[in-house]
Design a protein around this ligand. Structure first.
Ligand code: ADP
Ligand code: MG
Ligand code: MG
Ligand code: K
Length: 350
């Protein structure tokens, strides 16, 4: 019997646009002989709709104006539409979608869903908390200084915070709100003035800011797939066209950035990175999927785990999908595996 997959897209998140692209690809990529689809759109304001229109309009964000194909008066808990959905696939990135909040809603709805549960999702969304956990299991992470919004709320406090950063870290530094993705709110600071500017920018996105030592790094990513026996793909490398892999390099500048799969690095380093990726996934209690990102220091060859993304970009040309493609699992099969893993976890936990 065909299972009905509720594909959720959009979301009250800085990564709304990225989600539309991922979801467009997932909806097109799902094997229609095996699965039916219910499209569930969330607006930037956080309003839920069932969408019955053309998939192309998701990509272009026209879905939201397609009023004859939108159903707003449906229940998430016990309505005909939702009862018909067997499993939910949140194709959402960033706040509310990737951070455990909507996963909590799925738990309350008592629905199986694809990807990490509440805890792993929220841990990985907080770059500070995640790094503490990785450190605690012996995975190397970049040195940092944690700054709260209250540490920079007056000029005097701000100056003291700049001192604290300078005492603990060399320039350049990377300044990031802890709870974002897609490089939103992140800056590279080369001196005290730009550090100040970077902090004032980051605090617009979160109350907690991570200031890190800037690594002159190659960026290596690993795709992890599985529940209690997760597997790591071969690593891929992002070669950015910009000074760092910022939002523009990620999504806007077309073919300027390059992806190498597998990354052209030493076999020994490859094995180390894959081992760290699985260890990190287990340490945060991951399930389903995660893309674990590393820095390989160009000078010292040291490896650092940068972050784990529990709902990474998921178009058919995204790193996550391409790495599994290289491992022999095509896009449609990957989607199916993730759905199976979602059902498997539900069975174990319920
Ligand atoms: P996001 O979740 O937004 O992707 P990241 O922490 O991965 O946040 O940072 C985005 C990008 O910024 C990285 O891919 C990398 O190019 C650059 N970057 C972040 N932190 C550092 C660092 N400590 N050293 C060097 N580059 C960094
Ligand atoms: Mg991220
Ligand atoms: Mg990143
Ligand atoms: K993350």
């Amino acid at each position: 019997e065909k299972k009905n997959v509720g594909v959720v897209f959009g979301g009250k998140s800085g990564e709304y646009d990225v989600s539309l692209l991922s979801a467009y690809n997932v909806i097109n990529g799902i094997n229609k002989e095996k699965f039916d689809i219910t499209m569930i759109g969330i607006t930037l304001e956080g309003k839920f709709y069932i969408y019955k229109g053309d998939v192309e309009k998701i990509k272009t964000n026209e879905w939201i104006n397609d009023s004859k194909n939108l159903i707003s008066d449906f229940s998430l808990f016990d309505g005909d539409i939702i009862n018909n959905v067997d499993i939910i696939f949140p194709v959402l990135h960033g706040q509310n979608g990737e951070d455990g909040r909507i996963q909590g809603l799925f738990e309350m709805m008592d629905k199986p869903y694809v990807g990490c549960e509440v805890l792993a999702s929220s841990v990985c969304m907080d770059k500070d908390i995640a790094k503490r956990i990785f450190r605690s299991v012996g995975i190397p992470v970049v040195d940092d200084v944690l700054v709260f919004n209250t540490d920079i709320e007056t000029d005097k406090l701000l100056e003291a915070t700049l001192d604290r950063c300078e005492e603990n870290l060399p320039y350049p530094m990377f300044v990031k709100p802890v709870n974002m993705g897609s490089s939103v709110g992140i800056s590279k600071a080369k001196d005290r003035d730009s550090l100040k500017e970077a902090l004032l920018k980051a605090v617009k996105f979160d109350t907690k800011i991570l200031v890190e030592k800037g690594i002159n790094a190659r960026e290596i990513e690993v795709a992890v797939l599985g529940n209690s026996h997760p597997e790591a793909s071969y690593p891929g490398e992002i070669v950015s066209c910009k000074e760092f892999y910022d939002y523009e390099a990620k999504y806007l500048s077309g073919d300027g950035s390059r992806i190498d799969i597998p990354a052209k690095i030493d076999d020994k380093i490859i094995e180390k990175i894959r081992t760290y990726a699985v260890k990190a996934f287990k340490a945060v209690g991951g399930s389903g999927l995660s893309r674990v990102d590393f820095f390989l220091d160009k000078d010292s060859k040291d490896i650092y785990l940068n972050e784990a993304n529990t709902l990474p970009g998921f178009t058919n040309i995204s790193m996550y999908a391409k790495m599994w493609d290289y491992m022999g699992i095509g896009y449609s099969d990957l989607i199916e595996k993730l759905i199976d893993l979602g059902f498997e976890r539900y069975e174990i936990k319920h």
